[in-house]
Design a protein around this ligand. Structure first.
Ligand code: NAP
Length: 242
């Protein structure tokens, strides 16, 4: 039986991914801050689901992850789905710093812990849910898009580090467009919305195929292709906001 840990499994994309992996026979360690949601997951397969409350912003979060891996008696796959983000046109400083604390500091804390585990235990697979938002700087969500770019680059760097150190670690960087999760339930209308179960299915397929980078779905692949071609002097004029 294969073993995966998902941090950010209490709702949305992480939760739906957990459901598919469970259906596929995986044994899971799942984490997030909301205990009742973790208990709901455990109730689905009590023998195969191990839970732990982890706040990625907590300084002891890496130790908590290690404890969860120990309880699971090993890990083949680490999925990082934890993240926050919102539009912040007035550039409220605490929103920007909160976003950075979760998506940058929390991300580094957990991804490094997973990397160290795999480095010591003969390899493994790290999959992170980043976003298409990392592919260009978005004026309405500056910290969010910059934090996602940070995640993309961090994974590139760790892939090289894995090679330098002779570890056998695979990386999958998943970049979805808009997904209908609590994340976007802010009263605004978002175009080309995808269901979290559809996105989770694509994530599991990408993991199975050990894809390095995947944009979900094809409409967003097209969008990103074209917006990457735009020079910054034109990009800055685009009123991208809801
Ligand atoms: N929805 C979209 O349109 C979209 C698009 C592209 C990328 N993404 C990315 O997909 C990932 C998952 O988001 P989602 O759409 O599934 O939204 P979601 O339903 O709000 O899920 C966010 C997850 O992150 C966890 N989380 C947040 N802060 C945390 C913390 N400090 N410590 C531990 N866990 C924390 C939440 O768990 P607790 O609250 O229980 O801690 C929850 O499980 C995020 O990284 C997001 O940036 C989302």
């Amino acid at each position: 039986m294969s073993k995966a840990v998902i941090v950010g499994a209490t709702s949305g994309i992480g939760y739906e991914t957990a459901l598919i992996l469970l259906k596929n026979g995986w044994e899971l360690g799942v984490a997030g801050r909301r205990l009742e949601k973790l208990q709901k997951l455990k109730a689905l397969a009590p023998d195969r689901v191990h839970i732990r409350v982890i706040d990625v912003r907590d300084k002891i979060a890496a130790e908590e992850l290690t404890a969860l891996i120990d309880e699971l008696e090993g890990m083949d796959l680490y999925i990082h789905s934890s993240g926050i983000g919102c539009q912040n046109v007035i550039l409220n400083g605490s929103i920007e710093l909160d976003t950075t604390a979760t998506n940058v500091e929390g991300f580094v804390r957990m991804i490094d812990a997973a990397f160290s585990y795999f480095a010591k235990h003969g390899g493994g697979h790290i999959c992170a849910i980043t976003s298409i938002a990392g592919t260009r700087g978005l004026g309405a969500a500056a910290a969010y898009s910059a934090s996602k770019r940070f995640q993309n680059t961090y994974l590139d760097a760790l892939e090289q580090l894995s090679h330098i150190r002779g570890c056998c670690i695979s990386f999958t960087d998943v970049r979805p467009g808009f997904v209908d999760t609590a994340f976007l339930h802010d009263g605004k209308k978002y175009p080309m919305m995808m269901s979290p179960s559809f996105v989770a299915q694509k994530i599991v397929e990408a993991i199975d195929k050990k894809k390095r980078t995947v944009i979900i779905d094809w409409r967003y692949r097209l969008l990103v292709f074209f917006w990457r071609l735009l020079p910054q002097r034109l990009w800055k004029l685009l009123p991208i906001r809801n």
